[in-house]
Design a protein around this ligand. Sequence first.
Ligand code: SAM
Length: 283
Amino acid sequence: MSGKLYLCATPIGNLEDITLRVINTLREVDLIAAEDTRYSRKLLNHYEIKTPMTSYHEHNKVDKAKNLVEQLLAGKHIALITDAGTPAISDPGEELVKQAYDAGIEVTSLPGPCALITGLTLSGLSTGRFSFEAFLPSDKKERARILSELTNDTRTLILYEAPHRLKKTLRELYETLGNRTITIVRELTKIHETICRTSLIEAISSYESTEPKGEFVLIIEGKSVNELEKERQSIWEEKSITEHMKIYTDQGLEKKEAMKSVAKDRGISKREVYQALLDLKED
Ligand code: SAM
């Protein structure tokens, strides 16, 4: 019988943020695959876990996943841990999970700390709808493409960022999204945890004289729905009602349906569209 793959969430700073189930599982499995075995040794020593470890990281993820899947198929139970938090979130875990499914291996996830969720809960921003973009790519074009895609997104945006790129990212966020509210959470669950709820402009100026240090999650307010609606309406208002109607009738819409769409686009009633068309006719 095949073994099982256990995705085990580990602390993102505070060693006590680990579930009893994760500790027990790490003790019971045959092997622990860890991103950095030297780093994870501290955690295992703290909880007196003696299970053998093997390294599974970004640079060996494809071949090592194959090897781990072979061991799973041979009946070994394997736990996957990452340097911090939930495996497969912004780390190589995703590759192993995919290969395990392809091989018909059973996979389960033992929930626990995750920096993006911890940051979101502390943001004071809307948590109902959010998008997680992990780290923005370093490639300039790709970065610009993603940022422009996010400009009109009304969902709260969550990003991970390294300290040496924080200032640049804050500037680019301001240039593309405008002056939104941002909550910058730093060193979550650690002694120097800081939460700063501010605006993008103020965040930029506060880092002018200090060098960012530590681990960061950025949580940025989504585009205001009202602002988006106003912008959409102002695009239509540049057109006359007749031109606007023509766009829909050219698409094959009946006059009544076209009037309904025009009214919706301009944020006015169908009656107002009708009246405007009548006035034009009379003129
Ligand atoms: N798998 C992890 C998780 O579940 O959150 C994320 C791994 S990703 C390689 C590392 C990034 O997560 C850091 O650069 C930082 O943006 C964020 N992060 C991890 N721990 C953090 C902490 N204690 N405080 C703030 N951000 C943290």
